[in-house]
Write a protein of this length. Structure first.
Length: 230
């Protein structure tokens, strides 16, 4: 199942002017960083090892400027962002849920424009979710390893988020399962009541296992947040 997608257009290697443009975007943002944030972070993690190390400081600075909504003079990282896609080559990057895990399907192309495409795509996200997107991107900049399940955990930096994300679960379905609610039991009062009931049961003072209590309480809290705030 397709969970997120980004299309990046870039100039051919022989072109005298290096250019990049953004095409199709399917970047869900909730719960943060969303499947969209995981894809953008995965694109960055997949291509950043091949970027000139001398450009990494500028790239990190660019993420901070875009997160703050600043206007960006062009070019950056030797590439010019544009809307016109004529003469540019398309490369698509996808995040797929198999029911067992998340799979990154990264396209081809030069590393700099693909990373820039992910960064500029994050800048187009609404301000409420933009920060989480850029946090995932900067985690991707630090990643050196396999583009797989461990990367998902690193990008989300949250055990409960990784729990639903790693397995490709719908976060709402995951949250309902954690709280033991059916789809008809997601009214605010029902969520709050069930949360408090299970929280008491999970606490070590009420018989909850000490070594599992912290994770259980974290899961319950994340499930409540998903159902009440999205």
């Amino acid at each position: 199942m397709l969970l997120a997608e980004l299309e990046v257009f870039q100039s051919r290697p022989i072109a005298p002017t290096r250019r990049v443009a953004i095409g199709l975007t399917v970047l869900p943002t909730s719960p943060a960083p969303g499947f969209g944030g995981l894809l953008l972070g995965g694109i960055v993690a997949g291509f950043v090892p091949d970027i000139d190390p001398d450009l990494l400081d500028d790239l990190t600075a660019l993420t901070r400027q875009l997160e703050a909504g600043q206007r960006i003079p062009q070019p950056r990282l030797r590439h010019r962002l544009q809307d016109d896609r004529i003469g540019l080559t398309s490369h698509r990057h996808r995040l797929i849920g198999t029911g067992e895990e998340l799979v990154f399907e990264l396209g081809q192309g030069a590393p700099e424009p693909n990373v820039l495409g992910a960064v500029y795509a994050a800048a187009r996200i609404d301000i409420e979710h933009r920060s989480a997107m850029f946090t995932a991107i900067r985690r991707g900049l630090r990643w050196r390893g396999e583009i797989g399940p461990r990367l998902v955990e690193h990008l989300s930096d949250s055990r409960p988020t990784a729990a639903w994300a790693t397995h490709g679960y719908d976060p709402v379905i995951w949250a309902l399962g954690i709280l033991g609610l059916g789809s008809e039991g997601s009214e605010r009062d029902q969520v709050q009541y069930r949360f408090r009931e299970l929280l008491r049961a999970a606490h070590p003072d009420h018989g909850g296992a000490i070594d599992a209590a912290a994770q259980r309480i974290t899961d319950l809290t994340e499930a409540r947040r998903i159902l009440l705030h999205g």
